[in-house]
Design a protein around this ligand. Structure first.
Ligand code: NAD
Length: 255
Protein backbone atom coordinates (compact mmCIF):
# COMPACT_ATOMS: atom_id res chain seq x y z
CA UNK A 1 0.00 0.00 0.00
CA UNK A 2 2.89 2.39 -0.48
CA UNK A 3 4.53 3.97 -3.44
CA UNK A 4 7.77 2.12 -3.85
CA UNK A 5 9.41 -0.70 -5.77
CA UNK A 6 7.30 -3.32 -4.06
CA UNK A 7 4.00 -1.63 -4.98
CA UNK A 8 4.98 -1.23 -8.60
CA UNK A 9 6.11 -4.88 -8.75
CA UNK A 10 2.84 -5.99 -7.27
CA UNK A 11 0.77 -3.80 -9.60
CA UNK A 12 2.67 -5.09 -12.62
CA UNK A 13 2.00 -8.64 -11.51
CA UNK A 14 -1.75 -7.93 -11.29
CA UNK A 15 -1.67 -6.29 -14.73
CA UNK A 16 0.20 -9.23 -16.26
CA UNK A 17 -2.14 -11.78 -14.69
CA UNK A 18 -5.39 -10.01 -15.59
CA UNK A 19 -7.55 -11.49 -18.32
CA UNK A 20 -9.67 -8.37 -18.72
CA UNK A 21 -7.92 -5.23 -17.49
CA UNK A 22 -9.85 -1.95 -17.77
CA UNK A 23 -8.42 1.50 -17.02
CA UNK A 24 -10.59 4.20 -15.50
CA UNK A 25 -9.17 7.70 -15.80
CA UNK A 26 -9.95 11.20 -14.57
CA UNK A 27 -8.62 14.71 -14.76
CA UNK A 28 -5.47 13.78 -12.78
CA UNK A 29 -4.02 11.86 -15.71
CA UNK A 30 -3.94 15.07 -17.74
CA UNK A 31 -2.47 17.49 -15.20
CA UNK A 32 1.03 16.68 -16.52
CA UNK A 33 -0.24 17.80 -19.92
CA UNK A 34 -1.03 21.22 -18.43
CA UNK A 35 -4.78 20.82 -17.85
CA UNK A 36 -5.63 21.33 -14.17
CA UNK A 37 -8.14 19.04 -12.41
CA UNK A 38 -11.04 20.45 -10.41
CA UNK A 39 -10.13 19.27 -6.95
CA UNK A 40 -6.40 19.53 -6.39
CA UNK A 41 -5.50 22.51 -4.19
CA UNK A 42 -3.66 25.51 -5.68
CA UNK A 43 -4.46 24.84 -9.36
CA UNK A 44 -5.78 28.40 -9.49
CA UNK A 45 -7.84 28.11 -12.63
CA UNK A 46 -11.17 27.50 -10.96
CA UNK A 47 -10.61 29.55 -7.80
CA UNK A 48 -13.24 32.20 -8.44
CA UNK A 49 -15.98 29.97 -9.75
CA UNK A 50 -17.76 26.84 -8.69
CA UNK A 51 -17.69 24.39 -11.62
CA UNK A 52 -20.72 22.65 -10.10
CA UNK A 53 -22.71 25.83 -10.76
CA UNK A 54 -21.27 27.39 -13.87
CA UNK A 55 -20.64 24.04 -15.60
CA UNK A 56 -24.07 22.67 -14.77
CA UNK A 57 -26.83 22.19 -17.29
CA UNK A 58 -28.98 24.54 -15.25
CA UNK A 59 -26.23 27.18 -15.21
CA UNK A 60 -25.67 26.81 -18.95
CA UNK A 61 -29.38 27.31 -19.67
CA UNK A 62 -29.56 30.34 -17.37
CA UNK A 63 -26.44 32.03 -18.67
CA UNK A 64 -24.46 30.44 -21.51
CA UNK A 65 -22.04 33.40 -21.62
CA UNK A 66 -20.94 32.67 -18.02
CA UNK A 67 -20.28 29.05 -19.01
CA UNK A 68 -18.33 30.10 -22.08
CA UNK A 69 -16.29 32.65 -20.09
CA UNK A 70 -15.46 29.91 -17.58
CA UNK A 71 -14.61 27.27 -20.17
CA UNK A 72 -12.41 29.57 -22.31
CA UNK A 73 -9.13 28.88 -20.42
CA UNK A 74 -9.89 25.14 -20.28
CA UNK A 75 -10.42 25.05 -24.04
CA UNK A 76 -7.22 27.02 -24.58
CA UNK A 77 -5.22 24.58 -22.45
CA UNK A 78 -6.89 21.59 -24.11
CA UNK A 79 -5.98 22.81 -27.60
CA UNK A 80 -2.35 23.30 -26.51
CA UNK A 81 -2.10 20.01 -24.55
CA UNK A 82 -0.17 16.96 -25.73
CA UNK A 83 -0.65 13.43 -24.39
CA UNK A 84 1.82 12.74 -21.58
CA UNK A 85 3.59 9.50 -20.67
CA UNK A 86 0.59 8.22 -18.71
CA UNK A 87 -1.66 8.44 -21.80
CA UNK A 88 1.10 6.87 -23.91
CA UNK A 89 1.61 3.98 -21.48
CA UNK A 90 -2.11 3.11 -21.52
CA UNK A 91 -2.06 3.17 -25.33
CA UNK A 92 0.93 0.80 -25.30
CA UNK A 93 -0.70 -1.53 -22.78
CA UNK A 94 -3.66 -1.83 -25.14
CA UNK A 95 -1.43 -2.30 -28.19
CA UNK A 96 0.43 -5.14 -26.48
CA UNK A 97 -2.76 -6.86 -25.34
CA UNK A 98 -2.66 -6.07 -21.61
CA UNK A 99 -5.48 -3.55 -21.56
CA UNK A 100 -8.97 -4.06 -23.01
CA UNK A 101 -10.17 -0.48 -22.86
CA UNK A 102 -10.21 2.88 -21.12
CA UNK A 103 -13.24 4.42 -19.45
CA UNK A 104 -12.52 8.11 -19.05
CA UNK A 105 -14.25 11.06 -17.47
CA UNK A 106 -11.99 13.40 -19.39
CA UNK A 107 -13.17 15.60 -22.21
CA UNK A 108 -9.68 16.48 -23.45
CA UNK A 109 -9.41 13.68 -26.08
CA UNK A 110 -5.80 12.94 -25.03
CA UNK A 111 -6.37 9.16 -24.87
CA UNK A 112 -7.44 8.94 -28.50
CA UNK A 113 -4.64 11.32 -29.48
CA UNK A 114 -2.17 9.02 -27.70
CA UNK A 115 -3.38 6.16 -29.90
CA UNK A 116 -5.77 4.31 -27.61
CA UNK A 117 -8.48 2.58 -29.65
CA UNK A 118 -11.14 1.47 -27.16
CA UNK A 119 -12.04 4.60 -25.22
CA UNK A 120 -15.40 5.24 -23.55
CA UNK A 121 -15.70 9.01 -23.10
CA UNK A 122 -18.36 9.11 -20.40
CA UNK A 123 -18.39 12.88 -20.10
CA UNK A 124 -18.24 13.67 -23.79
CA UNK A 125 -15.59 15.55 -25.74
CA UNK A 126 -14.82 18.76 -27.63
CA UNK A 127 -15.07 17.20 -31.12
CA UNK A 128 -18.63 18.30 -31.76
CA UNK A 129 -21.19 20.86 -30.69
CA UNK A 130 -24.99 20.57 -30.75
CA UNK A 131 -27.63 23.26 -31.17
CA UNK A 132 -29.78 23.47 -28.06
CA UNK A 133 -32.80 24.49 -30.21
CA UNK A 134 -32.78 22.39 -33.41
CA UNK A 135 -30.29 19.73 -32.20
CA UNK A 136 -28.20 19.95 -35.37
CA UNK A 137 -24.63 18.74 -34.74
CA UNK A 138 -21.50 20.48 -35.96
CA UNK A 139 -17.78 19.64 -35.96
CA UNK A 140 -16.40 21.68 -33.09
CA UNK A 141 -13.04 22.72 -34.53
CA UNK A 142 -14.11 25.81 -36.53
CA UNK A 143 -16.53 26.81 -33.77
CA UNK A 144 -13.77 26.56 -31.16
CA UNK A 145 -11.36 28.61 -33.27
CA UNK A 146 -13.93 31.39 -33.67
CA UNK A 147 -14.77 31.25 -29.97
CA UNK A 148 -11.09 31.47 -28.99
CA UNK A 149 -10.90 34.72 -31.00
CA UNK A 150 -14.14 36.47 -30.04
CA UNK A 151 -15.12 34.74 -26.74
CA UNK A 152 -18.79 34.98 -27.73
CA UNK A 153 -21.46 32.31 -27.26
CA UNK A 154 -21.44 30.28 -30.50
CA UNK A 155 -24.79 30.09 -32.27
CA UNK A 156 -26.34 27.71 -34.76
CA UNK A 157 -25.95 28.77 -38.42
CA UNK A 158 -29.32 27.13 -39.16
CA UNK A 159 -31.59 28.55 -36.43
CA UNK A 160 -29.45 30.92 -34.33
CA UNK A 161 -29.92 28.76 -31.21
CA UNK A 162 -27.14 28.50 -28.62
CA UNK A 163 -24.54 25.84 -29.42
CA UNK A 164 -23.34 23.58 -26.63
CA UNK A 165 -20.14 21.57 -26.91
CA UNK A 166 -20.78 17.82 -26.60
CA UNK A 167 -19.36 17.73 -23.10
CA UNK A 168 -21.56 16.51 -20.28
CA UNK A 169 -22.36 19.21 -17.77
CA UNK A 170 -23.12 18.63 -14.10
CA UNK A 171 -26.76 17.57 -13.82
CA UNK A 172 -26.84 16.30 -17.39
CA UNK A 173 -27.46 12.68 -18.30
CA UNK A 174 -24.44 10.73 -19.57
CA UNK A 175 -24.50 9.54 -23.19
CA UNK A 176 -26.63 6.41 -22.75
CA UNK A 177 -24.97 4.09 -25.27
CA UNK A 178 -21.44 5.02 -24.16
CA UNK A 179 -22.38 4.48 -20.53
CA UNK A 180 -23.93 1.07 -21.25
CA UNK A 181 -20.89 0.02 -23.29
CA UNK A 182 -18.57 1.16 -20.49
CA UNK A 183 -20.65 -0.67 -17.91
CA UNK A 184 -20.50 -3.86 -20.02
CA UNK A 185 -16.73 -3.54 -20.39
CA UNK A 186 -16.39 -3.00 -16.63
CA UNK A 187 -18.64 -6.00 -15.90
CA UNK A 188 -16.06 -8.23 -17.60
CA UNK A 189 -13.09 -6.71 -15.75
CA UNK A 190 -11.09 -8.85 -13.39
CA UNK A 191 -8.71 -5.95 -12.74
CA UNK A 192 -9.20 -2.18 -12.86
CA UNK A 193 -6.52 0.48 -12.99
CA UNK A 194 -7.85 3.81 -11.69
CA UNK A 195 -5.62 6.72 -12.69
CA UNK A 196 -6.05 10.32 -11.55
CA UNK A 197 -9.64 10.41 -10.35
CA UNK A 198 -11.13 11.37 -7.02
CA UNK A 199 -14.07 9.08 -7.98
CA UNK A 200 -16.37 11.72 -6.52
CA UNK A 201 -18.45 12.27 -9.65
CA UNK A 202 -21.36 9.80 -9.96
CA UNK A 203 -22.41 7.72 -11.78
CA UNK A 204 -19.05 7.40 -13.58
CA UNK A 205 -17.03 7.12 -10.39
CA UNK A 206 -19.21 4.25 -9.16
CA UNK A 207 -18.08 1.91 -11.95
CA UNK A 208 -14.67 0.95 -10.45
CA UNK A 209 -16.27 0.49 -7.03
CA UNK A 210 -18.93 -1.83 -8.46
CA UNK A 211 -16.19 -3.88 -10.15
CA UNK A 212 -14.23 -4.13 -6.90
CA UNK A 213 -17.32 -5.26 -4.97
CA UNK A 214 -17.77 -8.00 -7.56
CA UNK A 215 -14.22 -9.18 -6.88
CA UNK A 216 -12.12 -7.36 -9.51
CA UNK A 217 -8.71 -6.29 -8.29
CA UNK A 218 -8.48 -2.53 -8.00
CA UNK A 219 -5.23 -0.61 -8.39
CA UNK A 220 -5.53 3.12 -7.66
CA UNK A 221 -2.85 5.55 -8.81
CA UNK A 222 -3.74 8.97 -7.40
CA UNK A 223 -2.02 11.78 -5.52
CA UNK A 224 -4.82 12.16 -2.98
CA UNK A 225 -7.30 9.79 -1.27
CA UNK A 226 -10.28 8.65 -3.35
CA UNK A 227 -13.77 7.42 -2.64
CA UNK A 228 -12.73 3.83 -3.39
CA UNK A 229 -9.56 3.53 -1.30
CA UNK A 230 -11.29 1.17 1.14
CA UNK A 231 -11.99 -1.24 -1.74
CA UNK A 232 -8.56 -1.09 -3.36
CA UNK A 233 -6.20 -4.04 -3.66
CA UNK A 234 -3.39 -1.53 -3.98
CA UNK A 235 -3.05 2.24 -3.66
CA UNK A 236 -0.11 4.01 -5.25
CA UNK A 237 0.15 7.64 -4.13
CA UNK A 238 2.23 9.00 -6.93
CA UNK A 239 2.28 10.96 -10.14
CA UNK A 240 0.47 9.07 -12.88
CA UNK A 241 3.15 9.57 -15.56
CA UNK A 242 5.98 8.52 -13.27
CA UNK A 243 4.21 5.46 -11.90
CA UNK A 244 2.91 4.22 -15.26
CA UNK A 245 6.29 4.80 -16.89
CA UNK A 246 7.84 2.66 -14.15
CA UNK A 247 5.30 -0.07 -14.82
CA UNK A 248 5.88 -0.20 -18.55
CA UNK A 249 9.62 -0.43 -17.94
CA UNK A 250 9.07 -3.44 -15.73
CA UNK A 251 6.89 -5.02 -18.39
CA UNK A 252 9.78 -4.35 -20.79
CA UNK A 253 7.53 -2.67 -23.33
CA UNK A 254 8.59 0.34 -25.40
CA UNK A 255 7.05 3.73 -24.70
P1 NAD B 1 -10.98 15.30 -9.90
O1 NAD B 1 -10.49 16.69 -10.15
O2 NAD B 1 -12.16 15.10 -9.03
O3 NAD B 1 -9.82 14.41 -9.28
C1 NAD B 1 -8.55 14.37 -9.86
C2 NAD B 1 -7.66 13.55 -8.95
O4 NAD B 1 -6.43 13.38 -9.63
C3 NAD B 1 -7.36 14.21 -7.61
O5 NAD B 1 -7.74 13.33 -6.57
C4 NAD B 1 -5.84 14.44 -7.64
O6 NAD B 1 -5.23 14.11 -6.40
C5 NAD B 1 -5.37 13.49 -8.69
N1 NAD B 1 -4.20 13.94 -9.44
C6 NAD B 1 -3.93 15.19 -9.90
N2 NAD B 1 -2.79 15.20 -10.60
C7 NAD B 1 -2.30 13.92 -10.57
C8 NAD B 1 -1.16 13.29 -11.10
N3 NAD B 1 -0.25 13.96 -11.82
N4 NAD B 1 -0.98 11.96 -10.88
C9 NAD B 1 -1.88 11.25 -10.13
N5 NAD B 1 -3.00 11.81 -9.59
C10 NAD B 1 -3.22 13.12 -9.83
O7 NAD B 1 -11.19 14.66 -11.34
P2 NAD B 1 -12.25 13.62 -11.80
O8 NAD B 1 -12.37 12.53 -10.82
O9 NAD B 1 -11.90 13.33 -13.20
O10 NAD B 1 -13.65 14.41 -11.78
C11 NAD B 1 -13.76 15.76 -12.20
C12 NAD B 1 -14.68 16.03 -13.37
O11 NAD B 1 -14.10 17.13 -14.08
C13 NAD B 1 -14.80 14.94 -14.37
O12 NAD B 1 -16.11 14.91 -14.77
C14 NAD B 1 -13.95 15.39 -15.55
O13 NAD B 1 -14.63 15.13 -16.75
C15 NAD B 1 -13.88 16.87 -15.44
N6 NAD B 1 -12.56 17.46 -15.80
C16 NAD B 1 -11.91 16.99 -16.90
C17 NAD B 1 -10.68 17.51 -17.25
C18 NAD B 1 -10.00 16.96 -18.47
O14 NAD B 1 -10.67 16.51 -19.40
N7 NAD B 1 -8.66 16.94 -18.49
C19 NAD B 1 -10.09 18.52 -16.47
C20 NAD B 1 -10.80 18.99 -15.34
C21 NAD B 1 -12.04 18.44 -15.01
Amino acid sequence: MRYGEHSIDEAVRIIAEARHLIAFTGAGISTDSGIPDFRSPECGLWNNTDPMKVASLYGFRQNPQDFYDWVHPLVKLTIAAQPNNAHMVLAQLERYGYLKGIITQNIDMLHTRAGSQVVYELHGHFREATCTCCFKRYPAEPIIHRFMDDGLVPTCPACDGVLKPNVILFGEQLPAQTFMDARDAMAKADAVLVVGSSLEVAPAGDLPMQAARRGARLIIINLQPTEADHLATMIIRGDASTVLSGMIQQLQLPL
